[in-house]
Design a binder for this molecule. Sequence first.
Ligand code: SF4
Length: 316
Amino acid sequence: MNEKIKLGISSCLLGNKVRYDGGHKLDPFLKNTLGRYVDWVPVCPEVESGLPVPREAMHLVGDPDAPHLVTVSSGIDHTNRVLRWAEKKLSELGRMDLCGFVFKSRSPSSGMRGVKLYAPDGVLKGRSIGIFAGAFMQRFPLLPVEDEGRLQDPALRENFIERVFVFKRWQEYAREGKSRGGLVSFHAANKLLILAHSPKHYIALGKLVATAKRYRREALHEEYITALMEGLRFVATARKDTNVLQHMAGYLKKQLSSDEKREIQEEIEYYHRGLVPLIVPLTLLQHHVRKYNVEYLKKQYYLTPHPIELMLRNHI
Ligand code: SF4
């Protein structure tokens, strides 16, 4: 990577005291661990739209598709204030080359899913999306987004961070000038990664790249990145990863001794049965990829989708 990844984040998750009660919701993993690899862009919709700290708590009220942001006791509606501010803020964020956003879960402003929604009489009537998070996702549909609650799940955490790194590589590729040849190389390096998430998208993207000449350059790239980010949203599972590991083992079969083949199959089987994490068979395969200098596999981002120090594959 030529430069650090920029990620938006709900400001309170970095430990900033911007919550309605004057507190924060520091998430040490995000701030201290992932923070080594990203430049955080903190956003607090409530404070940045002019509300004080502390302030009255708010909740979502009304239509789940167009909820209102209303104070809990006094019933003041802050929807227009926050949406007016969001309009400008989203344009500003659009110029920052963000690679994703981490939202504060359950917040009526920042929650990206499952936020409690009330009827005007205060009765809980369902779930909706925080009004800033909703506007953000509508403006930037391709950007990876997650909330800190879901990021506690190792598989979702790995999936989100993987998507962020893919998007960053895409930004860097696109900045160098998009070309059909460039897209072929980009796709070649991401093939196994895509296969681990969605075999269906792997096939569709392969066909798209193979027929690249039929498309205008911009339309081709638009279609590619849209399908790529959609495919990567499917979480890799032990079954899909096992398929990719077998694929890699197949590429190595001419070089490996029968002992080495047996050892690889054993590790893949242990992984498949949940006895060892993904990092175990991957490390062994990577060792052989280096040892036998297998060009095609050496270029695969599947082997190193994100910094090893994050240890994301030690837990899945
Ligand atoms: S959840 Fe969003 S609105 Fe609430 S304090 Fe955090 S950043 Fe601000």
